[in-house]
Design a protein around this ligand. Structure first.
Ligand SMILES: [Mn+2]
Length: 354
């Protein structure tokens, strides 16, 4: 295991590489070319410049999150092969830069979804929260505005205004895409890219849908153990793997995360670890990382990864905004640093106790 933090890149992330480097256990970052639209080619020189900047700070590039997937690929549109070809070229450039992990997701239209990005908690910290009742009554056309007005002025991953400005068109594209079609489109995509992943030893790590159920009538197919295992066997190549995100899978209290980890064994390439508190059916808020603050047993989760012999990057996922920080929602420095230390502490205890 190596501990990492997400860094959105120069000009986008208010947290500096120097600050990240001062978190004792963090040696690498998970980064991206944040301005890239889904379907756009990542040029070699752009990847090299990002890598150089990170390495100049004394950190390594532990992986890319994300290279986003164009809607033509997700919907199986006739032009998907062109977009897959571009994706393959991007993967090649990433591999040639000696980067071997790519996180991505296959969610239709909306990425991770919350209804409150700054819910005040009893201790005065703020956190991101979700209430299905609000989603059930809100017009999806108003989702972008709801997210944007709570964003503290930052661009949020997966909520690119350019793409969501075409919401009507996007919904029409997905109109006939039922879960089975979506699954087959994902399988097709993976089959096309696997030879390149094999050649450059790139681990593809799909991020689970967040929350782990269908919203706005759009299909979601990466929400539980059964679906994950089905995807692993449909394209049975070690480079077809998973980003184990506890905060996404954990939105559904029926998901037994330590069990899921156990069943995925060597197919977990990347782990996002955070805790959340279930407040009512269909409602949750993101908690501090420690077990006592939320509904997940963080020790059992870290132990399951440890027992698997997990040797990929872990990053503390979303954190609260604490100590007056006006950070990007979910991505303030302080609470993620606390999370990194806590998770590393659990790991060290497991290692020394063995
Ligand atoms: Mn995640």
């Amino acid at each position: 295991m190596h501990m990492t933090m997400r860094w959105f890149g120069p000009g986008y992330d208010p947290v500096t590489l120097e600050q990240i480097r001062q978190v004792p256990v963090v040696k690498g970052v998970i980064s991206t070319l944040y301005a890239k639209q889904p379907g756009e080619l990542w040029e070699k020189a752009e990847i090299a410049a990002l890598k150089q900047e990170i390495e100049d700070s004394g950190l390594t590039v532990a992986g890319i999150e994300s290279v986003n997937i164009h809607d033509a690929i997700k919907t199986g549109a006739p032009e998907r092969d062109n977009y897959i070809e571009t994706y393959i070229k991007t993967l090649k450039h990433i591999g040639q830069a000696d980067i071997h992990l790519v996180c991505y997701n296959f969610m239709p239209v909306f990425d991770w979804t919350r209804t409150d990005l700054a819910k005040k908690r009893a201790d005065g910290s703020t956190t991101m929260a979700y209430n299905q009742k609000i989603i059930d009554t809100i017009d999806p056309n108003n989702m972008q505005a709801l997210i944007e007005r709570q964003s503290n002025g930052f661009m949020l991953a997966g909520w690119e205004p350019e793409r969501l400005a075409r919401l009507k068109e996007l919904f029409a594209l997905y109109d006939t895409v039922n879960p089975e079609i979506l699954f087959n489109n994902l399988k097709y995509f993976l089959e096309q890219i696997m030879p390149t992943c094999d050649k450059y030893n790139i681990n593809m790590a799909i991020h689970p849908d967040d929350p782990a159920w269908a919203i706005f009538g759009l299909s979601r197919i990466v929400t539980n153990q059964e679906q994950l295992l089905r995807l692993m066997s449909a394209v049975d190549n070690v480079h077809n793997g998973v980003t184990l995100c506890t905060g996404s899978l954990g939105t559904n209290p029926n998901n037994n995360i330590p069990e899921i980890i156990k069943s995925l064994k060597n197919r977990i390439h990347f782990a996002h670890i955070r805790n959340l508190l279930h407040t009512a059916p269909g409602q949750f808020e993101e908690a501090a990382h420690i077990s006592v603050d939320g509904s997940l047993d963080m020790f059992a989760i870290v132990k399951a990864l440890y027992d698997n012999g997990f040797d990929g990057p872990i990053r503390p996922d979303h954190g609260r905004n604490i100590w007056g920080e006006k950070g990007m929602p979910g991505y303030g420095l302080y609470d993620r640093a606390l999370g990194a230390m806590y998770l590393y502490g659990l790991w060290e205890a497991l290692e020394k106790h063995a």
